[in-house]
Design a protein around this ligand. Structure first.
Ligand code: FES
Length: 272
């Protein structure tokens, strides 16, 4: 079992949990994920690793209450235990010196992109991070992002923080002002799609992390099966990062809706 040693609330439905997981904290790489089971009866849910602390032997996870398992997890407190954590899983992000890299993070995707932008920065890249959210309190982990970036641009839909506008407006501003070698986007699928299309317009290699489509995260359920560049891929085994130009976005959106009804019924049962 793994102990929760710290819990913070970022916004109404978004929580940050630091959990003990020594072996994973020592070995995980940027871009990888874990599978967590809250209790014996819970499903196994994949979560991306926002931070790994080698000395404290902990992982930091950012969890949004969207269904039964994540709600149960967010209801736990410091000192409580989760049943088990498996990992690290998935392929690590490609980290090398590309030059100037724009890292676009939307919503809790900011937590997923944090270790990658930090590793890219450590590898000598000029990292420009564009953080986006509907409103100010959905811009999370800004201090951590600033530590791993040369420049940070904040975009909010309502203009309550940073500049008013969507993530692509911030990314395009960078593209028009300097040479960009690579773009990485992690966030809601629609945000990744349009960031990828923008990058394509300017012929910039771009990558997206499709982790939100995963269900069991082990290659068994088939929920994350997508057509990438005309070939069938499993996000949890072959990804979670892919060349954005090759993603079949229509298929991605269709698959994202597959379990909505089941999830809603589970929640109704839990709340009764
Ligand atoms: Fe189930 Fe990939 S998440 S097969």
């Amino acid at each position: 079992m793994n102990k929760i040693i710290k819990k913070d609330q970022f916004s109404e439905k978004v929580f940050c949990l630091e959990v003990e997981a020594p072996l994973i904290a020592h070995s995980c790489k940027a871009g990888q994920f874990i599978i967590l089971r809250v209790d014996k009866h819970s499903e196994r849910v994949p979560y991306t690793i926002a931070k790994a602390d080698d000395e404290k032997e902990t992982l930091t996870l950012v969890v949004q209450e969207v269904g039964l398992s994540s709600t149960k997890l967010c209801n736990l407190n410091e000192g409580d235990y989760v049943q088990d954590i498996v990992g690290p899983l998935g392929n690590a992000s490609e980290i090398k010196k590309f030059g100037t890299v724009v890292c676009a993070g939307g919503g809790i995707g900011i937590a997923a992109i944090l270790p990658i932008l930090t590793a890219l920065h450590d590898a000598g890249n000029r990292v420009i991070s564009v953080l986006a959210g509907r409103t100010k309190n959905l811009i999370i982990m800004e201090d951590d992002v600033r530590k791993g970036s040369d420049e940070v641009i904040i975009m909010t839909d309502d203009g309550s923080y940073g500049e008013k506008g969507v993530v692509t407006a911030g990314v395009e501003k960078v593209i028009q002002s300097e040479h960009v070698d690579r773009i990485l986007a992690i966030g809601p699928p629609v945000m990744m799609k349009f960031t990828s299309l923008l990058a394509k317009k300017y012929n910039i290699p771009n990558y997206v992390s499709l982790n939100t489509i995963m269900v069991d995260g082990t290659g068994m359920c088939g929920a994350c099966r997508l057509t990438i560049g005309g070939k069938t891929k499993f996000v949890c085994i072959d990804g979670p990062e892919f060349d954005g130009d090759l993603v079949n976005w229509d298929e991605m959106f269709k698959r994202m809706g597959t379990f909505k009804n089941v999830e809603r019924k589970e929640m109704e049962h839990y709340e009764e």
